[in-house]
Design a protein around this ligand. Structure first.
Ligand code: NI
Length: 176
């Protein structure tokens, strides 16, 4: 398993719409291992393939708290089948937007269909943090970031900050 570099805002790759995975094979299973390794190293509770530059509809989640046994979950080609009318608010963050958190309102419960690592069709009814996390990660597969759900003013501020950070990190040009 390999830890892969995580792509950061404002990289346009994060805005790509990921493509469905046609066959769940050994390559996909190996890639899931890389996603977990990368997510645990970060550390985070969810990671979508596009965040390591792979535009494939696949994401991993592990909501186990520190000290609890690991609870890895893989979702391939996930689709939101239905969601609750009732909303809930969570403070969200994203490994592609480090050290920035904001409250986001989303449907409280969602039913999601997906393929597991054997390629079998599954369905899960999720509530609480899992519902929020699934919606956040599925957004990534559609090129949507959690900052798209906050006010324009706050979003512009965070995008500007990350744009400046990316600029400052870029290798300096030749100084003659
Ligand atoms: Ni994220």
């Amino acid at each position: 398993m390999t830890i892969r570099p995580i792509i950061l805002l404002p990289d346009p790759v994060l805005r790509q719409v990921s493509k469905p995975i046609e066959r769940v094979d050994e390559g996909v299973r190996k890639f899931a291992g890389d996603l977990f390794e990368t997510m645990y190293d970060a550390p985070g509770i969810g990671l979508a393939a596009i965040q390591v530059g792979a535009p494939r509809r696949m994401l991993v989640i592990d909501l186990a708290k520190e000290g609890e046994p690991k609870a890895p979950q893989v979702f391939i080609n996930p689709e939101i089948v239905s969601c609750a009318d009732e909303a809930s608010v969570y403070e969200e963050g994203c490994l592609s937007i480090p050290d920035y958190y904001a409250e986001v309102e989303r449907p409280k419960d969602v039913t999601v269909s997906y393929l597991d690592l054997e390629g079998k069709l599954q369905e899960i009814k999720a509530g609480g943090l899992l519902a929020t996390c699934l919606q956040h990660e599925i957004d990534h597969l559609n090129g949507v970031l959690f900052i798209d759900h906050i006010s324009r003013l706050k979003r512009d501020m965070v995008v500007r900050k990350f744009r400046k950070m990316a600029r400052d990190k870029a290798p300096a040009g030749m100084v003659g």
